[in-house]
Design a protein around this ligand. Structure first.
Ligand code: GDP
Length: 547
């Protein structure tokens, strides 16, 4: 024994309190929290199902499918409602894989693309990007990846649908690199495509996984052939294997080799090819997430950074969703645990309200059901019942004033003026919009002059959802009309006089949002630019963080 060894032994040997000391770091280290991002139809739902299938969390594929019913009839409230109800349970899924606890956060990437999507990405430690290999990089992938890049979130890439005629794989990598500005490090390489899809070659392991179509293969055990020069392969598909050898040479020469550090810093993405519907390449994705993706890391808060291993509990709300039963108007606040250990029934401090709350009926999101949670650690998501006392961005701790930063509101691109048919309902309208605004369903601006409210959104479906919910939950029949507003900027300044002059002079275009922040509503790009030039002492922000 050296002195060091015995000291370490003494520390490990091991009163119960010591064991407890190691508990939080151990639990943090085995957690992986990621979101899936993709353009509609790339295969996100299919892949999610297969991931759950692998973990044993669901018995048969098809469980996740339910929420898709009616996704093309987005204007039908019942469908939205149905979808929303089901997605409360399926928008966060927790399962175990190889002794890791995996939290998978769904990012609504469909027609209902909205601010929610952005904010979900603030609660993950890594992301899985699904690309339809026949289509390449599409619009919503670009938007979502942009959000990931703001925080240097590590990205794993899955090129899906290799069982179809796809684009040339080298060209796909080129496109990802040039459009998304992220280095690609292929980890598997496809052999053929479409009808001639034979499998993938694992560039790091030098082995070939043979493709076999068939949806129900739950264990994903595909035949593996060792070595690209294995004569067995040349016998099976001589043409494709020659092609593969050529491509692999090219790939080794022209593309990047996987580098864990570069992946973790968000500048490089490992790329896998496969077919979600055939469950092919899915296990490799899960392994990459478990082996390479980061465990929860430190998070910035106003006064200091918070380490996930700290003994005291802390976390923030990143999403609020109406519950299954709209009649009760209760909502679930999704909280990401950032440090410490959450225990059912514990008392925590709601820092914005400076109030102690007891967290007794909290839900967790085991993929198979919504269960009562007993404990949770950094990276886990817990659902808090919310009766209107929680907003997006609210932070919770065991008492320390820690407001987590970086939960963004984005300046909306779409605007509507709200009118109501029955003026007697104006109070309900305001109440409804206030609550929906806090929930992040839409942004609500109240101009300093004039009585119309202006709604802002980043996705047009947000307006439909808000109109339906106003009617169903608040009994308000609201009409949304085209607005002359084309963009919004939050305004701040050290110079209080400039601010109040601004408010007084431009009252029709100056408004307060639901959280009481001052904003400028511009009618055009030129209008915005000129206003900025005329008011040099003011700063105009395209995003604001929850304060
Ligand atoms: P999402 O909109 O991204 O959630 O996409 P879905 O998972 O709903 O998939 C869109 C369509 O692509 C569905 O018809 C799927 O059956 C199909 N699909 C998904 N994965 C594959 C695949 O690997 N190969 C093929 N041929 N089709 C797939």
């Amino acid at each position: 024994f050296t002195a060091d060894d015995s000291a370490a032994d003494a520390a490990n040997a091991t009163t119960p309190a010591n064991r407890q000391d190691g508990l939080i770091p151990r639990e943090v280290a085995r957690r992986r929290t990621f979101g899936i991002i993709s353009h509609p139809d790339a295969g996100k739902t299919t892949l999610t199902e297969k991931l759950l299938l692998f973990s044993g969390a669901i018995q048969l594929a098809g469980t996740v499918k339910g929420r898709k019913s009616g996704r093309h009839a987005t204007s039908d409230w019942m469908d939205i409602e149905k979808q929303r109800g089901i997605s409360v349970a399926s928008s966060v899924m927790q399962f175990e894989f190889r002794d890791h606890v995996v939290n998978l956060l769904d990012t609504p990437g469909h027609q209902d693309f909205s601010e929610d999507t952005y904010r979900v990405l603030t609660a993950v430690d890594s992301a899985l990007m699904v690309i339809d290999a026949a289509k390449g990089v599409e619009e919503q992938t670009i938007k979502l990846l942009g959000v990931c890049r703001m925080r240097d979130t590590p990205i794993v890439t899955f090129m899906n649908k290799m069982d179809r005629e796809t684009r040339d794989p080298l060209e796909l990598l080129d496109e990802v690199e040039s459009v998304l500005k992220i280095e690609c490090a292929p980890v598997t390489w496809p052999i053929g495509m479409g009808k001639n899809f034979r499998g993938v070659y694992h560039l790091l392991k030098d082995e070939i996984m043979l493709f076999k179509a068939g949806e129900e293969k739950a264990d994903g055990a595909f035949e593996i052939v060792k070595g690209i020069d294995n004569p067995k392969l040349a016998a099976m598909f001589p043409l494709e294997i020659e092609q593969l050898k050529m491509e692999v040479e090219l790939v080794h020469g022209a593309s990047h080799t996987f580098d864990l550090e570069r992946f973790l810093s968000g500048v490089q993405t490992p790329v896998f090819f496969g077919s979600a519907i055939n469950n092919f390449g899915v296990r490799e994705i899960l392994s990459a997430l478990v082996d390479w993706a980061p465990a929860p890391r430190e998070r910035d808060a106003t006064v200091r950074a918070v380490e996930p291993e700290e003994p005291k509990f802390s976390g923030f709300v990143f999403k609020i969703q109406a519950n299954m039963d709209p009649a009760h108007r209760d909502r679930i606040a999704f909280l990401r645990v950032c440090s410490g250990r959450f225990e059912k029934g514990m008392k925590v401090k709601h820092l914005r309200l400076q109030r102690d709350v007891k967290l007794s009926s909290v839900v967790t999101f085991m993929a198979s059901s919504r269960e009562q949670v007993e404990e949770a650690y950094a990276g886990d998501i817990i659902g808090l019942p919310n009766h209107g006392n929680m907003q997006i961005g609210d932070s919770f701790s065991e008492g320390e004033m820690l407001t987590f930063t970086g939960i963004p509101y984005f300046a909306p691109d779409l605007f509507r003026t709200v009118r109501i048919r029955n003026p007697l309902k104006v109070k309900q309208l305001h109440k409804g919009l206030q609550q929906l605004g806090e929930e992040g369903a839409v942004q609500v601006f109240k101009p300093v002059l004039g009585s119309d409210l202006i709604l802002g959104a980043v996705g047009v479906l947000q307006f439909e959802v808000v109109a339906s919910r106003l009617l169903n939950e608040y009994g308000v029949d609201a009409v949304f009309e085209t607005s002359s507003i084309s963009s919004a900027r939050w305004v701040s300044s050290e110079d209080k006089k400039s601010l109040s002059d601004f408010e007084n002079q431009l009252g029709h275009q100056v408004a307060y949002d639901a959280a009481g922040n001052l904003a400028f509503l511009a009618t055009s790009g030129v209008n915005l630019r000129l206003t900025q030039e005329r008011w040099p002492k003011l700063t105009f922000h395209a995003t604001r963080e929850h304060a």
